[in-house]
Design a protein around this ligand. Structure first.
Ligand code: NAG
Ligand code: NAG
Ligand code: NAG
Length: 244
């Protein structure tokens, strides 16, 4: 009986420690790598469910930012709210390079990204405020410039030409390194379509951080080697089916 109670107490203490450890682990500074995620606006709405409105602005004719995500941590601090004034002079650039395509306010998108991921980034001095975090993502877009890498390799958006995964990767390796992932969706005509690109960074923003792939709940999947890949041009009038 007494032994049972002692065991129970030990077990409770252990559970408490475990819980603290988990809080610590889900907190600020446990992450080693972060994902810088860019998306191709022309393909964003192809996999979008019917209950969402889709609007791709005319200006979105280059790769845009989806987010900057410290790995294996999320929602680190619900008390750190984002206000428009926190972004200082960035909103114009953010609207151009980090827009939402959900017919909602851009600020709502930025706020969600901040809440989910930005609040976990702050243990790095270079990311320790909203303006630093969003500013860093804008800088990363310039460093890891997918538009330029593809243009240099002659890879252009097209409805009727598709590419080998190998060709796309070879164009990207010089700027992104090998640790990147191209993500695709399959459209109604069973075409594999490039939609997103993740590059894995160290906390000093260098590419090449190695980590285990976390579970991915998005409809995007790693592009398959065996099938050709379409890189569709933007079609504002028909963003859900850019190349009918
Ligand atoms: C976007 O939202 C506005 C207002 O809520 C609505 O009137 C409009 O039809 C929506 N656009 C699309 C393409 O769904
Ligand atoms: C291929 O698609 C592009 C648009 O992406 C179009 O301008 C061009 O005419 C098409 N070429 C052929 C041969 O259909
Ligand atoms: C960034 O950090 C990684 C891992 O610590 C290191 O290998 C790399 O040399 C650093 N890059 C720069 C530019 O300092």
């Amino acid at each position: 009986m007494v032994r049972g109670a002692v065991l129970l107490l030990l077990w409770l203490a252990g559970a408490e420690m475990l819980r603290e450890e988990q809080v610590e682990r889900s907190g600020f500074c446990s992450w080693k790598c972060m994902k810088f995620v860019q998306m191709w606006p022309a393909s964003f709405c192809v996999a979008l469910g019917p209950r969402f409105d889709c609007v791709v602005p005319e200006s979105a004719d280059s790769w845009t930012i989806h987010g900057l995500w410290p790995s294996s941590v999320m929602n680190c601090c619900s008390c750190w709210h984002l206000f428009p004034s926190d972004l200082m002079d960035l909103p114009k650039q953010l609207a151009q390079h980090w827009p939402t395509f959900l017919n909602a306010s851009n600020f709502k998108f930025w706020k969600e990204e901040w809440q989910k991921h930005g609040t976990c980034a702050g243990c790095m001095e270079a990311l320790s405020s909203p303006s630093k975090y969003f500013g860093a993502a804008l800088d990363l877009r310039t460093t890891y410039n997918i538009d330029r890498a593809f243009q240099r390799a002659g890879i252009l958006p097209s409805c009727n030409h598709s590419y080998q995964l190998q060709t796309l990767r070879e164009a990207l390796v010089p700027i992104l390194g090998k640790e990147h992932q191209l993500q695709c969706v399959t459209d109604g005509q069973a075409r594999q379509i490039l939609v997103q690109l993740k590059v894995s960074l160290f906390s000093n923003f260098s590419a090449g951080c190695l980590e285990e792939e976390a579970r991915d709940f998005s409809p995007y999947r790693p592009c398959e080697n065996q099938r050709r890949i379409f890189y569709f041009p933007p079609n504002q009038k028909n963003p859900r089916d850019p190349c009918p």
